[in-house]
Write a protein of this length. Structure first.
Length: 347
């Protein structure tokens, strides 16, 4: 089950230009296009005439043209042109989805359009004008919750990422100072490791040498964003009250958007204050490829054996809180939906 009433990352803004963007989200096929005013619009990727994907069509000044019989749909999903037919029924339409272009991301609302509040879109604390930004997107063959759990339990770093961001002593990760808090929008995890050797990625990207203090601050923001602020400074210099203002700092926006029940889109952006280079995107992709191998194997195992014999350990605190939040949100959404059905029946 998925949360419908929330903002998901459909993709990056530059994915929609003259080209269409076709993507499956929450088991629903979506097509995005830019209208004549340059605004990105999102429609159901299925013509209401003969069910051909609209992503096989073309953008016209009036909207999106179906590539089969030429019917044109505007950004609201209403058919505005049928060849040889001037009267067009209101039933000739496709579903339109609220979509907002902000901070170089495309944010889509999959639920009730009346509830789509743009103020709920997470604030991204960087921009490409003043930060070096690296991006990546990939489709992973696993349940999106497995990926969210992976991000909120970083004790896997010395094992899965032993050659990159997790290199060094595993004991340092096991002994990390960890706090987990429930928030109004999800879960907040903070980890601090002091007087440790820098991982190889820090040495390559930032020239780190000698012992460091390292922090990792991750916020799960419902329904499927993890906003990360991490960094390091010389050992002994970390003051938790002003960590974001000292040392080397980097942000990562992890957009985890469900595709199907067993696959998801990972759409991520990483920012730091270093000079521009291709090393950052390459490093991000290398690290995540290490995750993919484990996550997809985990999904295959769960598909065969289920989750009923899995146990929890100390480092699972943030993962457990995340799942509890999602379960509560799903229950609340289902209850609201049932209430709406009852009210409709009474009317």
């Amino acid at each position: 089950m998925f949360l419908n009433n929330g903002w998901y990352v459909l993709g990056f803004s530059n994915e929609v230009g003259p080209e269409l963007l076709a993507r499956t989200v929450l088991n629903q096929d979506i097509v995005a296009f830019r209208d004549a005013n340059g605004r990105v619009r999102a429609l159901e990727d299925r013509c209401c005439h003969r069910a051909v994907p609209l992503s096989l069509g073309k953008v016209r000044p009036e909207g999106l043209e179906c590539g089969y019989h030429g019917m044109v749909f505007n950004g609201d999903g209403r058919c505005v042109f049928i060849l040889g037919q001037s009267d067009i029924s209101a039933t000739a339409c496709v579903r339109a989805y609220p979509l907002v272009e902000r901070a170089e991301f495309l944010w889509i609302w999959m639920g009730d359009p009346a509830l789509a509040d743009e103020a709920q879109i997470p604030v991204i604390p960087f921009d490409s004008a003043s930060w070096r930004v690296g991006r990546m997107k990939v489709t992973v063959q696993c349940d999106y919750l497995l990926l969210l759990e992976n991000l909120m339990d970083l004790t896997h770093l010395p094992y899965v990422h032993s050659a990159t961001i997790g290199s060094g002593q595993a004991d340092s990760h096991g002994a990390a100072e960890m706090t987990v808090e429930r928030t109004q929008t999800g879960t907040h995890l903070r980890r601090v490791m002091r007087n440790i050797a820098p991982p190889e990625t820090f040495a390559a990207l930032y020239g780190a040498n000698g012992l460091i203090d390292r922090w990792q601050d991750l916020q799960f923001i419902s329904p499927s964003i993890v906003l990360q602020c991490s960094g390091f400074c010389n050992a002994g210099e970390l003051d938790e009250t002003n960590a974001p203002n000292s040392g080397q700092i980097y942000y990562i926006v992890h957009g985890i958007t469900p595709e199907t029940d067993t696959s998801c889109h990972y759409i991520a952006s990483m920012a730091d204050k270093m000079p521009p280079s291709d090393d950052q995107s390459a490093a991000l992709q290398k690290v995540f490829q290490e995750d993919i191998q484990v996550l997809e194997a985990q999904q295959r195992s769960i598909a065969r054996t289920g989750k009923n014999r899995l146990v929890s350990i100390r480092s699972d605190r943030a993962r457990i809180e995340l799942n509890r939040f999602v379960e509560r949100a799903l229950a609340e959404e289902a209850k609201a939906s049932q209430t709406d059905l009852v009210l409709e029946a009474l009317v």
